[in-house]
Design a protein around this ligand. Structure first.
Ligand code: SR1
Ligand code: MG
Length: 409
């Protein structure tokens, strides 16, 4: 079928043409369709049956360009094949934290999936002063399972390499290479600076050779180290929550890369949110800030524990690398150096993410939404200072407690 962009008006007939939807919806005559694509890349429709409100889905469609820029930035629609496959893969590993895909349409680059009706995007919920008890437990489970089971620690040599092929995501990786690792440092036209942000704060990043070298190392790791299937964009806008549940959505940037990338992006987004709250001030900010630091620490600690548990289980009966090559003391030493590198990488990638969200193209609402430029600059300067520490001292710091001291400082 030839590609066409689905409009709100097209959605009912499109859904009706899908056999699986005819089982899910009792009729298609009175569907409410709302476009909610606040993302940068795609169109997203929430669909529900006004006559049977429990009959509801999300329809997501990729268009052949970057939505946030327009047709002047062409992009193939391959990202939707990746997203659909990654959602199915992550759902099989972690059904309690990933929405179900009901239908994937390669011709129209569309995906119909479970609608999380009582959940909202974590970023917005935090900005409204809500906090959630189970997020660290849930996200650490998601990361441990997805990062472990996609890797050579678990998969056989052939399955792993097939997966690397399947998830080769050339264009979206290039976006990340440019927007996270290159443009924020070369004063690119895609950057956007707060006019109240002192030039010396920007130069302190862009003209610092040690910072540039650290970012170069991390970019090279991102480009070359095909370690596991990453979500690829695991920020707090890719997480949906309610009081009990947590879901990870939007894995269109999924690809085989270094494990610390997902962990680092997530940690950075908690830290950025903290700096946004710090600049905004107020009583509810203090409560949210406490939650953000506690959650960041628990995400790492629980992730490391859960990941190690999976690894040790696998050593008993696995077919991947862990089950075969090492035993006894050498296995223990390898595990320790692996986890140390993962920790250092996570901190480094967190630093890169913090810089790009201040200097680069796509900002975070917690900081970008601060109206007064001077107040916003306070948050930005603090975030850049934190980022610099993460980049330059990532090999020296061994505890999350110390990292949290940096945030508070
Ligand atoms: C132009 S795409 C900008 C950003 O949006 C996504 O969420 C990724 O973070 C990407 O870098
Ligand atoms: Mg997204």
């Amino acid at each position: 079928m030839e590609f066409r962009r689905l409009t709100e008006a097209d959605v009912p007939a499109y859904l009706q043409s899908i056999p699986a939807m005819r089982e899910r919806f009792s009729d298609f005559d009175d569907l409410e369709v709302t476009e909610v694509g606040d993302g940068n890349l795609n169109f997203v429709y929430l669909v529900s049956n006004r006559r049977q409100p429990s009959e509801t889905v999300v329809l997501k469609q990729a268009v052949p360009y970057l939505r946030v820029v327009g047709e002047s930035w062409p992009l193939t629609r391959h990202r939707m094949d990746i997203e659909t496959a990654a959602l199915r893969h992550f759902r099989a590993l972690c059904p309690q934290h990933v929405p179900e895909v009901f239908h994937g349409d390669a011709d129209l680059s569309a995906c119909v999936m479970e609608r999380l009706g009582t959940h909202r995007i974590l970023r917005g919920a935090l900005m409204d002063g809500h906090t959630f008890e189970n997020v660290a437990d849930h996200l650490s489970t998601f990361m441990a399972q997805s990062l472990f089971y996609g890797s050579d620690l678990y998969l056989g040599f052939d399955a792993k390499k097939e997966a690397v092929k399947q998830y080769t995501n050339i264009e979206l990786c290039k976006i990340t290479e440019d927007l996270i690792f290159t443009h924020p440092y070369d004063d690119s036209a895609t950057n956007a600076y707060n006019t109240a942000l002192a030039r010396e704060a920007i130069d302190g990043i862009q003209r610092n050779p040690l910072v540039r070298a650290a970012v170069g190392e991390l970019k090279y790791a991102f480009m070359t180290r095909a370690e596991t299937l990453l979500h690829g964009d695991l920020h707090v806008g890719s997480v949906m929550v309610n009081a009990q549940e947590t879901f990870v959505i939007d894995p269109e940037f999924a690809f085989y890369g270094p494990m610390g990338f997902d962990v680092g992006i997530l940690l950075a987004n908690f830290f950025l949110a903290w700096h946004g709250q710090e600049a905004r001030g107020g009583a509810s900010a203090i409560a949210t800030q406490g939650w953000l630091l506690e959650t960041a620490a628990q995400c790492w600690d629980q992730f490391a524990d859960k990941f190690m548990t999976l690894w040790q289980q696998q050593e008993k009966d696995g077919q991947g690398f862990t089950g075969r090559d090492l035993d006894g003391l050498s296995a223990q030493a390898f595990r320790e150096s692996f986890m140390r590198r993962l920790w250092n990488d996570s901190l480094g990638f967190a630093g890169c993410e913090m810089v790009r969200r201040v200097l680069g193209l796509a900002k975070v609402a917690e900081i970008a939404g601060i109206e007064d430029p001077q107040t916003r600059a306070k948050a930005e300067v603090a975030a850049l200072r934190m980022a610099k520490r993460l980049l330059l001292q990532r090999h020296e710091v061994s505890s999350m407690a110390q990292v949290l001291d940096w945030v508070r400082a």
